[in-house]
Design a binder for this molecule. Structure first.
Ligand SMILES: NC(=O)c1ccc[n+]([C@@H]2O[C@H](COP(=O)([O-])OP(=O)(O)OC[C@H]3O[C@@H](n4cnc5c(N)ncnc54)[C@H](OP(=O)(O)O)[C@@H]3O)[C@@H](O)[C@H]2O)c1
Length: 233
C-alpha cells in the first residue's frame, strides 16, 4: 500500500488531459510535492505543481528530470501519443513513434526513477495503459499499449522485492485532446484520475476504469470471435 498523503510524485504529461487531472487529484489527497512534466514546462498552469521539462523519448531529458526530481516516491507514466496508424498504410516512422512514446518512454523513466524511489525508501509506479492494450483496433497504438501492459507485468515482479508496487490503468475513451475528433461516449479525466489514485493507495495491480474496459478484459479468455465479431459476420 502506498499513501499519497506526504508523497512526492512525478506525473509525465502532467500539464493537460488525464495528467492534469492526476496532478489535481494528487494535491486533493495530500501529496507533499508534485512534479508535472511537459515538453514545454511553461504549459503547466497549476501553480501548486513543480513544472519540469521532459521529452520521454530522449534519454538525456529523462536523466535530467531524474537528477532534478531526486525526492520522488511515486512515478506516474501518463504521457502518451496516438498516431492513428494503419499497419499496412501508415509510414513506419509513425508506428515507431507510438512505440518510442508509449513503450520506450515509460521504460526510460522507470529505469531512471527506480533507483530514486528506492533511495527514498520505496514507493509506487502507475503506468497508464488503455482498453486498447487488450483489443487491436488502433494499429500501433494498440500494439504499443499491449507491449506496455506486458512491460508493467514484468516490472511488477522485478520491483515487488525492492519495495516498489506497480499499478496498470486501463480505460476506454476519455475526454481529452487525444480524443477531440472522436464522437463517442467518454469518461471524465477527473473520474479516471480518481480511480487511478485510489488504485495506488489500495495497492491494486490493475485499475479498470469503465464498463467497456471490464467487458473487453472479460472477453480475453473467450474465442477470438467474441472480441472481433466482424470476423464472423
Ligand atoms: N484519452 C483517451 O481516450 C485515453 C484512453 C486510454 C488511455 N489514454 C492514455 O492516457 C494518457 C494521457 O492521454 P490524454 O488522453 O490525457 O492525452 P493528451 O491530452 O493528448 O495528452 C498527452 C500528454 O502526453 C504528453 N506527451 C506526449 N508525447 C510526449 C513525449 N514524447 N514526451 C513527453 N510527454 C509527451 C503530452 O505532453 P505535452 O503537453 O508536452 O504535449 C500530454 O501531456 C496517454 O498515455 C494515453 O495513451 C488515453
Amino acid at each position: 500500500m502506498t499513501a499519497i498523503e506526504g508523497s512526492v510524485v512525478l506525473v509525465t504529461g502532467g500539464g493537460r488531459g488525464i495528467g492534469k487531472a492526476l496532478v489535481e487529484g494528487l494535491f486533493e489527497r495530500g501529496a507533499k510535492k508534485v512534479y508535472a512534466t511537459a515538453r514545454d514546462p511553461r504549459t503547466v498552469k497549476d501553480t501548486r505543481a513543480v513544472p519540469l521539462a521532459l521529452e520521454v523519448t530522449d534519454p538525456a531529458s529523462v536523466a535530467a528530470a531524474a537528477e532534478q526530481a531526486g525526492d520522488v516516491t511515486i512515478l506516474i507514466n501518463n504521457a502518451g501519443v496516438s498516431m492513428q496508424t494503419s499497419f499496412l498504410d501508415s509510414p513506419v516512422d509513425d508506428v515507431r513513434k507510438d512505440f518510442e512514446t508509449n513503450f520506450y518512454g515509460p521504460l526510460l523513466t522507470a529505469r531512471a526513477f527506480v533507483p530514486v524511489i528506492e533511495r527514498n525508501g520505496g514507493g509506487h509506479i502507475l503506468n497508464v495503459h488503455s482498453v486498447l492494450s487488450w483489443i487491436g483496433l488502433a494499429g500501433s497504438y494498440s500494439a504499443s499499449k499491449a507491449a506496455l501492459w506486458s512491460q508493467t507485468n514484468s516490472l511488477r515482479l522485478d520491483l515487488a522485492p525492492r519495495g516498489i508496487s506497480v499499478t496498470g490503468l486501463h480505460v476506454g475513451y476519455v475526454d481529452t485532446d487525444m480524443t477531440a475528433a472522436i464522437d463517442a461516449p467518454k469518461s471524465s479525466p477527473v473520474d479516471v484520475a480518481a480511480q487511478a489514485l485510489a488504485g495506488i493507495e489500495s495497492g491494486a495491480f490493475e485499475v479498470l476504469a469503465d464498463d467497456l474496459t471490464r467487458q473487453v478484459k472479460s472477453g480475453l479468455s473467450a474465442d477470438i470471435s467474441v472480441l472481433y465479431p466482424q470476423l464472423v459476420a
